[in-house]
Design a protein around this ligand. Sequence first.
Ligand code: UTP
Length: 644
Amino acid sequence: MNPFPSIEIFVPGRVCLFGEHSDWAGGHRRTNSAVAPGCVVITGTNQGMYARCKKNATNELLIRSALTDGSQTELYRMPMDLAVLQQEAAAGGFFSYAAGVAAYMLDFYGVEGLEIDNYKTTLPVKKGLSSSAAFCVLVARAFNQLYRLGLTTRAEIEAAYQGEIATPSRCGRMDQGCAYGQIPVMMSFDGDRISVQPLRPGGDFFLLVADLCGKKDTVRILSDLNAAYPFAKSASDRSVHECLGTDNLRYLQLARQALESGDAEELGALMTQAQHNFDAKLMPVCAELQSPRLHQVLSDPRVSDWVTGGKGVGSQGDGCVQFICRSPQARVALTAYLQQQYGMPCFDLDILRPVSIRKAVIPVAGLGSRMFPYTKGVPKTFLPVVTPEGVAKPVIQVIIEEALSAGVEEIALIIQPEDEGRFREYFNRDVHPAIIAKLPPALRKEAERLKDIGQRITYIPQVEAKGFGHAVLQAEAWVNKESFLVMLGDHLFRSDNERSVAAQVAGLFQDFGDCQSVVGIYQEQLNRVKHYGTVAGEWISEDTMQVGTLVEKPTEDQAQTYLAVEHHGRPTWYCVNGIYALRPEIFEVLRSQSASSGTEEVQLTTALETLMQREGLKGLVVKGRHFDTGIPAIYAETVANFNA
Ligand code: UTP
């Protein structure tokens, strides 16, 4: 049995939306600076490769790979020995990619053994979707995460590229862009230099990729087009340079604008124009680009009813075609038509506007027994603090302002039913004109701010104080299947920089395309972890942890034995800071936990543990401090330090 913990990795394939062939063309700037830089927009597919990965103690590379038909390859086993791996890569074959990347990682980073169980692959191979590059990225990322190398995505791309070109396969420099996940990125190529810029789509785009079921000879296409480089010797060579150079840069600028403004009509029209230009200027030098099946489908008048435009994929030829569909319904109709009329298998590809978190749930219905007897009269969330600006506010207002600073628009306060009047009195009742008259201008602004906050609040009762998780569950209908923020009703935050702590947590959630929930974490002393939810896991960057274990209020012994996380060679402990960016799937877990809880409290941490096992969970070490207000001695410290 391998005792090491395993991590989950998903790497999608990639589709080149615009700019195919300009990646290597831009590379010719090494020898001819008159060649224009290359530029492409690529995006990750919905399909990809799923794997469980772990270190091993035998210093071997062990790989099992799932094929698209659901079957599995034999277990491949190689010693982590540079010469052997290099030889294996050069020999070609199914596992040469993994050997190539492993050789690079060993050579540059001195890594040891690795096991990859690629248990599911939904990406078609050899269809211009870069399945080999996805596999190379998977291997590079597994080494990076398990050996905590702290490599950036850009460095993973380099490792994947170097690994792949150590094999007989010849890949382009854009293929590894799938490392950025399911978001569109613009990559530029200037000689050996590559720059990458993630794009933010301004709307949703519904693409359809269809397998033309034809033949294409990529080597032929590449060799015909490359013959025009590095120096154009004829009019047709100049046409090739123009098409992959200045024309391409012009289309790319326009495509970027269309993507960022959410204009599907324009994006489709640009695809069609780019294809016409490609045909006019490249087909004369490369007969393979006549691609009869591609052109038959592109000019089919029925197809134009459902799409705003389309073009070939990858190196072009009769591999795959891509369309921008007018709507998800149009895509369903087009899929049925292409399958019936041409027998072409199709798959969907969505480019979606990045999610932003619009809602926050703040439970403040607890009994507050540790702050008794104050809480006999007033909920503890009404305790006062003085802000760094020197204004006296109740804790709850400071927390709401923190949520709003992360872009949240609406707030649900989970309250004890009998407290509603008190909250309404504070947030929803106009300030008496006699008081307004006495206020200096800065505090008059505060009165307006309160009014704005009041309009954003919904009060949701928790009839029985059955725990923090139970309180969150009360907001299920209000959250309505969106991702959302949860904040403790008794913790305050001060960021170390211009980005608030809540904005940091929400930002990481969005950066990863909302595919995993995120908890804010901070380093805590071992003798204090018993008060808090404590996490352990693997670092995937300097401040981001792929959480593997989550324990609510562990004992010191438990924490010492199971929850120590190595940081710069020392054991350290990390606790949850009270800000969570959650996927709505948490509610299903909370509901089933609540149904079987009996008289026990329903804890969010327990539900998060289940969610972590199903979907993964990230922890972000926030840049900033937090202040507890729910324990008398610590509240006293908070009052003294919060505005310091
Ligand atoms: P705590 O764990 O601090 O519990 O709640 P508590 O009841 O407020 O305080 P003690 O432990 O009795 O002293 C964390 C947050 O969750 C809310 C609390 O109001 C606080 O903001 N909460 C807790 C609820 O809304 N409902 C609950 O049933 C429990």
